[in-house]
Design a protein around this ligand. Structure first.
Ligand code: C5P
Length: 235
């Protein structure tokens, strides 16, 4: 049995933070699969490919080709402690975090051949002593045999509110209504796509974080992991 914990759920549910905290506790590696789709979305846009909710076959083929040959690397930035993505040597840490990149990611992610093209690359992230994988289909497809699966969710309103606070704290202007609309559009696309739609794995532990803070979510998740993987020294 491989040491893999999958953490899936909609955007803004706190997966990234929980993934990082759990990985730190265990001393395991991280896969941020959303970053791969975001990089691909940015790369496709940089090449002038026209993305939309109904991408035509020709564009889908070109994005798939790009996905197969994506020259991407993740490197630790020792100054801020963040693992940052590089596309053909160019640091894309900031660029992939925009709302536009998120929308582009979910548009390319709806193309079945793109998901196929990224499958092996995601599985290659597995390394001893273990991996915490964050995404939408980590527990249902990519690591469907993972011994621990978490599905972290929260209401769209609550996720929009958190994002709003994050942006305001960063000194970036934000519009609550626009944020909510964008989150709902991404949810709709992720949940209704024909391939790997966003659903909890049947054997996932579901946590609704709407009325919980991050420490409360973390403690529920750690109790569950300890039950499934006893002796991993989580204290
Ligand atoms: O997690 P993040 O918000 O960075 O993901 C961006 C988009 O990438 C998601 O909205 C989703 O459409 C897509 N994605 C996916 N499968 C994953 C991870 C992300 O389809 N495993």
């Amino acid at each position: 049995m491989k040491n893999i914990i999958t953490i899936d759920g909609p955007s803004g549910a706190g997966k990234g933070t929980i993934t990082q905290l759990v990985a730190e506790r265990l001393g395991w590696h991280i896969l941020d699969s959303g970053a791969l789709y975001r990089i691909l979305g940015v790369a496709a846009k940089n090449q002038g490919l026209l993305l939309s909710d109904t991408i035509d076959t020709d564009v889908a083929d070109q994005v798939t080709h790009l996905a197969r040959h994506l020259d991407v690397e993740f490197q630790l930035n020792t100054t801020n402690g963040e693992v940052e993505p590089y596309l053909s040597g160019q640091n894309l840490a900031k660029e992939i975090r925009t709302d536009e990149a998120g929308q582009a990611a979910s548009q390319v992610a709806a193309i079945p051949s793109v998901r196929d093209a990224l499958l092996a690359r995601q599985r290659d992230f597995y390394q001893q002593p273990g991996l915490v994988a964050d995404g939408r289909d980590m527990g249902t497809i990519v690591f469907d045999d993972a011994p621990v699966k978490i599905f972290l969710t929260a209401s769209a309103e609550c996720r929009a509110e958190r994002r709003y606070q994050q942006l305001i704290n960063k000194g970036v202007g934000a519009n609550m209504r626009a944020l909510l609309k964008s989150i709902q559009a991404r949810d709709e696309r992720d949940r209704t796509r024909s391939v790997a739609p966003l659903v909890p794995a049947v054997d996932a532990f579901v946590v609704d974080s709407s009325s919980l803070d991050i420490q409360q979510v973390l403690s529920q998740v750690l109790v569950y992991i300890e039950k499934k993987l006893p002796g991993n020294h989580l204290d």
